[in-house]
Design a protein around this ligand. Structure first.
Ligand code: EPZ
Length: 429
């Protein structure tokens, strides 16, 4: 199994190109199930989760072609995918595929909307808590689907199609908002989603669905209106830049000091994390090319942060923030409110010398003068990358094991950081 070796202490200087967002690319790819025509997606990141979803969609009958590179494209720009679900040959999403990635469960929405049936295994994914699917089931039932759970599968049936309805989510859920929006796009009549997730990835999916002919208004607010249409058509859509990758490299730049341009990044979808980064002591400016993060000499200040749905501080940056403030001059408090078990990085950060006290959902981080490299591993994607940030700020060598988690969500991380002066390499086997 591959590992990443880091020798900490180098400042990061240079340009890091920001990839297309994993968490936008996945639902956009799934939207291809809604139409017989070709959905072309540009700027799709080269990630293990994208590759796995290609296989899952292939199983349903989606032809998935990668367009050749165009002139001027370099190895760091994303792929263009052409997805064509001419005929859905199978409405079953099997356990061995769905158990590897939670987002693949989301095929249930388009499948039942277009085909009137779907049989999808209960999901797996990162080990960050129980992550139930009750809100998906409630939403699909509200749209008129009959739902049974049998032998680890959710079976959804709507022989006469789905019907528009009012869906009021009791809590904000990104995945169930995506699924409700896709399913309602092909339902008969009007759907109103209340307490919808406002994440930029929901806005990106809605924009693509509208290009496909869907009638959707209000994405990005907590009330989304959808007027169902009979069929959707093909479209071309670029995947938005990855705000979590952007935040991760911004925090890495703050950790090491230096001057980094996050090329192609958008500050408007990252306001709260950038505000926190400024409080910690980095300078952050928006340029025509992206976001510049700069820290020279000054120390890191402690902060108090609570994770929240968008536009609050994202849970997907909580681990990276924690790595950064392990070296702050004072005590930080970080409260996780989205997932109940998203602190696997805590004991690994402690191996590098961090002082973190956990009390339920609250982590109290007492800044230390220095971290010292060590072998570490993590059991989820964002926890793994927090160890990379800590390793960059630690003295000596850090080996991050179980790199496959990083490959699920970070495209060529060692190349991107290496190009800015980090000592970082992948050790194979
Ligand atoms: C998405 O997961 C992201 N995944 C996650 O990113 C992200 O952490 C999360 O949103 C929150 O922002 C993708 O976009 C592929 P939720 P999702 O439904 O949709 C509870 C990463 O590292 N809930 O918004 O699965 C749930 O347990 C990943 O890239 C129910 O109770 O998250 C959680 O407490 C990890 N019942 C809360 O809602 C349900 O039926 C929010 O989860 C569904 C969710």
């Amino acid at each position: 199994m591959d590992r990443i070796r880091i020798v900490g202490g180098n400042r990061l200087n240079g340009t890091i190109p920001i990839s297309g967002a994993k968490n936008a690319a996945l639902p956009l790819m799934i939207a291809s199930l809604l139409t017989r025509d070709t959905l072309t997606l540009d700027n799709v990141p080269r990630l293990a989760d994208v590759a796995l979803l290609k296989r899952i969609l292939g199983n349903h009958g989606v032809d998935c072609m990668v367009q050749g590179k165009r002139a001027g494209q370099n190895g760091l720009s994303g792929e263009t995918l052409e997805l064509r679900a001419g005929d859905i040959v199978d409405t079953v999403a099997p356990y061995d595929l769905v158990s590897k990635m939670r987002a693949s469960f989301w095929v249930i929405g388009p499948l039942v909307a277009r085909m009137g049936e779907a049989r999808v295994s209960l999901p797996g994914g990162c080990a960050i808590g129980t992550r139930p699917v009750d809100l998906f089931i409630d939403a699909l039932r509200t749209l008129g689907a009959e739902i049974d759970i049998d032998a680890g599968y959710v079976i959804a049936r709507a022989k006469n199609g789905l019907r528009g309805a009012r869906i009021a989510f009791p809590k904000v859920t990104v995945g169930a908002t995506h699924v409700a929006m896709m399913a309602a796009a092909l339902a008969k009549g009007e759907t109103v989603i209340e307490n919808a997730a406002r994440e930029p990835e929901v806005v990106d999916l809605a924009a693509c669905l509208v290009k496909m002919g869907a009638r959707i208004a209000g994405a990005g607010t907590s009330t989304i209106h959808i007027d169902g249409v009979e069929t959707l058509s093909g479209a071309r859509h670029p995947v938005m830049p990855d705000r979590i990758e952007t935040g991760t490299y911004a925090f890495a730049a703050a950790m090491t000091g230096g001057d980094v341009l996050l090329e192609g990044a958008s500050a408007s979808i990252l306001e709260r994390p950038l505000e926190v980064l400024r409080q910690i002591g980095a300078e952050v400016t928006e340029t025509n090319h992206g976001i510049r993060v700069y820290r020279n000499g000054g120390g890191l200040a402690p902060v108090e942060v609570t994770t929240e749905p968008f536009p609050g501080f994202p849970t997907d940056l909580q681990a990276q923030l924690m790595a950064l403030v392990t070296r702050a001059g004072g005590t930080s408090k970080i409260r996780e409110t989205i997932f109940e078990n998203r602190f696997m990085h805590v004991q690994e950060l402690a191996r590098l010398g961090a002082e973190i006290h956990l009390d339920g959902q609250m982590a109290t981080v007492k800044g230390v003068e220095r971290l010292k490299g060590a072998p570490v591993m993590a059991t989820d994607l964002r926890a793994s990358v927090s160890l990379v940030i800590a390793g960059l700020g630690a003295e000596g060598e850090t080996i991050v094991n179980r790199v496959y988690h990083l490959d699920r969500g970070f495209e060529r991380i060692e190349d991107k950081l290496g190009a800015c002066g980090a000592t970082i390499e992948r050790l194979s086997g």
